[in-house]
Ligand binder design. Sequence first.
Ligand code: PYC
Length: 317
Amino acid sequence: MPTSISELHYIDSHTGGEPTRVIHAGFPELAGTTMAEKRASLQHSHDWVRSASVNEPRGSDAVVGALLLPPSDPEMDAGVIFYNNVGYINMCVHGTIGLAVTLAHMGRLATNGTARIETPVGNVEATLTGRNFVTVENVPSYRSRADVTVDVPGYGPVTGDVAWGGNWFFLVEQHSQFLLLANVGELTHFCTAIRQALRNAGIAGTDGMEIDHIELFSAPGAGIDADSQNFVLCPGGAYDRSPCGTGTSAKLACLHARGKLAPGQTWRQAGIVGSIFEGSVETRGNTVIPTIKGSAYITGEGRLLSDSNDPFAHGIR
Ligand code: PYC
């Protein structure tokens, strides 16, 4: 059979240690108009773009992909679909911070400029406040349930809040884990057991959406200048190296709902590797609009090649 080579053009960055791979050319045209429709087209007809670009051997379970598209709304500057090693994520703040720095690298965003970005779950804004610093105004976020207790086999009852920050999170304050990078294996095991227990108990987000991110909190480790430190388990089994911007948004919504965070007050959230996002909220009806600040750095760019004779042309699925 004649060989053909497909080429996906990428720019890589990391945000607080968490990688983002922006794919900006080389993919097929997607059906539909909105980002939600285009995501459905990507998922059902061209899922190889996702797996070829983030799964091994070209990526890893830590990489979040960001397919950069023209916006459907002329008022917006860009559209994006985020995905990972197992499927599609709704919104991704670390990825939006990476995307803003990538747009600057491409000459499409100037310092102090704002990119208005369409996602499948709403519009967000990313403002470049310095070469590597970005402020993201996220989608409306809210706590849907407080103090939900679930029985987790092997661990016993675990209590947490359910909140939306662009993805669904179960946020746990009380537990007996030590949030240290050295404990990532045990933290992953614990969070995976919580996620399964929520599934088994039929506990979900609004509209029955799966709670696919689990977030643990503790006081920050020695020498970390933050209000809190977290560990976030992502849907594909990897942990977020950054403090997770949608998870921080969910946390801010919960703090606000408990009367522990006033509008405009700053919250410094550290992640498990010690990188920090700064967040605050404004209220809008029953929701909050979170603003998350972080930084990203370009780490590479090029073309991902897939040879049609390669058994892993579309990644290890
Ligand atoms: O920063 O929102 C985030 C995120 C979601 C999944 C990984 N990072």
